[in-house]
Design a binder for this molecule. Sequence first.
Ligand code: NAP
Ligand code: GFB
Length: 311
Amino acid sequence: MGRLLVTGQSGLIGSQFKGDLISLSSKVCDLRDKKSTEQVFEFYTNTEIQKDFTVDKVIHCAAKVGGLGGNINCKGDFFYDNIMINTNVIEASRKFDINKLVCFLSTCIFPDNIDYPLTEKKIHLGPPHNSNYPYAYAKRMADIQIRAYREQYGLNYVSVIPTNVYGPNDNFNLENGHVLPSLIHKCYLAIKNNTDFVIWGTGKPLREFIYSKDVAELSMWVLENYNEEEPIILSTSEEISIRDLATLIADTMGFKNNIVWDNSKPDGQLRKPSDNHKIKKYLPNFNFTPIEVGVKETVDWFYKNYETLRK
Ligand code: NAP
Ligand code: GFB
């Protein structure tokens, strides 16, 4: 039984995989570089070097990731980095006999105009939202590469499709971060500086949030048990408006001043409701962490790690 290698292990989701595993981050290897990627895979799968501890399973979390602002401002980087990282990791996994690979997609890669809810079969049925099409198409190509490698090489490589994810060790950057960590950071500064809590857009958009710890637990189940060509959605299927999310964060952090809306900032995609029947079919008793609990734990982590966290 070989070892597990996790790419992107220093990130929000990757850091939730614990135990005896090989951890990769960009400081260890730039996965945009084919040669460096293959050198790392060769090293961890070489029996002469690793003896009985060679790697034969990979959870692939590494990616250039960001919120609405980050995607809008760096469209070229979001395409190039993600198409290179995914192509190199999936090819290196094939070349060095990795038996099982779990690749991370995202519900924002689905078509923007389509009948809701989003189901696994709808991934390629139309263009994604304009705010993140480069990221979305790069991720869709990972799905294509995996389907092609399953057909030609009979490889048991699979993909998961989480909704918006949040939790400890997220990116709390005010420009490029996702909405939930950005609002926690903004609320902290509004309390500290006794100012208004400024939220982008109208507050009308709806999002589904899943806790990073749940994503890691579900992905470990997928690694050990899921063998289908079709990706699988990881979702609570519970939508919350950005307005209600802002209120939840304000209440959790004890903010008492005004919440104001900056309509000069984009709303992005109005909603992307997903259908979680497939994962629920396999794991009918899985208890998703309620958002109130996850937000409280993330806020506590934020205060404890403010000096060193990404911001
Ligand atoms: P994250 O916190 O931004 O972490 C990204 C990870 O990728 C970090 O470990 C980073 O390493 C690594 N990385 C970035 N560029 C790299 C490169 N060129 N070479 C090697 N490693 C590189 O991301 P996340 O939120 O955990 O996302 C994990 C996966 O889930 C991604 O595939 C993402 O697309 C997907 N996803 C995320 C969400 C979400 O809401 N966050 C939702 C759906 C799907 P360094 O720390 O060294 O930079
Ligand atoms: O998480 P987020 O940035 O990205 O959420 P998406 C954006 C929603 O939150 C928009 C509102 O409706 C924004 O108007 N919002 C309000 C804010 N205040 C803020 C704020 O201070 N910062 C941010 N970031 N948003 C992303 C994709 O879409 O979903 C990524 O662009 C990725 O590629 C991610 O897939 C999961 O949910 O709109």
